[in-house]
Ligand binder design. Structure first.
Ligand SMILES: Cc1cc2nc3c(=O)[nH]c(=O)nc-3n(C[C@H](O)[C@H](O)[C@H](O)COP(=O)(O)O)c2cc1C
Length: 172
């Protein structure tokens, strides 16, 4: 068995990619042999002994690239150690966290075959000035939760690094 670990991610605006980079860096500092790749680009997970997948929440679901990754590699994932993280709430608001935690649990419950050794929800980052179509339209609709939403970054890097440090022992 090889000992290479794949850290892979879905990301639309880059914030989940940055978290995946931080997770990969921490695992490398712990001495692990890590490759980092966008989920949509991964052809096979056979070269790896473990897979860490990260995905942002979009409208109540994990980003489509992460869901497609899981569907494409379902059989192979059964023989790999796995860990999973998602990004969601962009503000430190308890109501948002409770709501996203429900989305997160529901999405994982829809895939009972996917049983990561570790799973975590982190805060996300949002910068409406950078939104592309169709997300930019949501900022214009008064009824949308994104209407007049200020830019915010709720990623807690200490929490992210601590989670990745804990992962190192579980993945080897
Ligand atoms: C159009 C849109 C929909 C979103 N929907 C949700 C959601 O349903 N639940 C949630 O917790 N976060 C939601 N978010 C917040 C994102 O998960 C967060 O901004 C994340 O950091 C984005 O990751 P990315 O930069 O890698 O694309 C949404 C963001 C946008 C722009």
């Amino acid at each position: 068995m090889n000992d290479k670990i794949l850290v892979t991610y879905a990301s639309k605006y880059g914030s989940t990619q940055e978290v995946a980079e931080a997770v990969a860096k921490t695992l490398r500092e712990k001495g692990l042999n890590v490759e980092l790749q966008r989920a949509a680009k991964v052809q096979t997970i056979e070269p790896y002994s473990a897979v860490v997948l990260g995905a942002p929440m979009y409208i109540g679901h994990f980003h489509g690239d992460a869901r497609k990754f899981l569907a494409r590699h379902q059989t192979a994932l059964a023989t790999h150690k796995t860990a999973f993280f998602a990004l969601g709430p962009t503000e430190d608001n308890e109501k948002d966290w409770i709501e996203t935690r429900k989305q997160f649990d529901q999405e994982l419950a829809n895939m009972p075959w996917f049983n990561p050794l570790a799973r975590e929800l982190f805060g996300g980052k949002m910068d409406p000035a950078r939104f592309r179509f169709p997300d930019n339209l949501l900022t214009l609709l008064p009824a949308s939760p994104l209407h007049n939403m200020p830019a915010s970054d709720a990623r807690n890097w200490d929490k992210i690094r601590a989670w990745a440090e804990g992962l190192a022992e579980q993945l080897i």
